[in-house]
Design a protein around this ligand. Structure first.
Ligand code: UDP
Ligand code: MG
Length: 203
């Protein structure tokens, strides 16, 4: 049977020191635990001012499964994720941050729900350390206002660490909003969804 293809989408802004560890963590998870899948890793450079692009290119030279989407300036993570998803060939996409706060050890669980028929696997975060007061308060206010003005429920602790079936990706490509919140649009699209909890390590 033909192996299914996973597209990892990694948006990165000034992550030159984190790119290789992130790549290695994904690669060893796939090689050691999930050889029944093919995979590609699409790095999106979101206008970094450090040498992130050069580090990405180096990874591409070493591993044909890697590719780079280079944005012309810093557009923000929401646009960077969307740009990466536009170039994905996979049967499914997994979006992950470039700083190892989205741990690859969650990938097998995410895939097993996809194999069961879930089209969106949404990862819900708790932190291994207590978040700073200002950040917690800011986040609570943000989601309170969002709940008032939005008809789509977006939970406070959900993240962009997500698995999306190709069907979801195809729908996402038809959404043309430029001022976007990536996970808000995914929630709005619907599809069969499950939420899993994970612990986010510190950056
Ligand atoms: N990121 C990006 N563009 C930006 C800011 C961040 O692509 O303008 C990337 C960043 O490199 C990381 C991910 O988005 O891979 C999450 O960013 P960060 O770790 O700063 O966010 P947090 O963990 O605080 O949610
Ligand atoms: Mg982070």
């Amino acid at each position: 049977m033909k192996k299914k293809l996973i597209s990892f989408i990694i948006p990165a802004y000034c992550e030159q020191d984190n790119l290789r560890p992130t790549y290695q963590a994904i690669n060893s998870m796939m090689v050691e635990n999930l050889p029944e899948y093919n995979w590609e890793i699409i790095f999106v450079d979101d206008g970094s001012s450090d040498n992130s692009v050069e580090f990405m290119m180096e990874l591409c030279r070493q591993d044909k499964n890697c590719s780079v989407v280079e944005l012309s300036r810093n557009f923000g993570k929401e646009i960077a994720l969307s740009a990466g998803v536009d170039y994905a060939f996979g049967d499914l996409v997994i979006c992950m941050d470039a700083d190892l706060q989205h741990p690859p050890n969650q990938i097998p669980d995410m895939l097993s729900y996809w194999e069961e028929g879930y089209e969106v696997v949404e990862m819900v975060r708790s932190h291994s350390e207590r978040e700073p007061w200002l950040r917690r308060t800011g986040s609570t206010i943000f989601y309170f206002i969002l709940k008032l003005i939005s008809s789509t429920e977006i939970l406070a602790k959900t993240t962009d660490f997500r698995l999306l079936d190709r069907k979801v990706v195809q729908s996402l490509r038809q959404v043309e909003e430029r001022q976007r919140m990536f996970r808000g649009i995914v929630d709005w699209l619907g599809f069969r969804k499950i939420r899993l909890n994970f612990i986010a390590p510190p950056r």
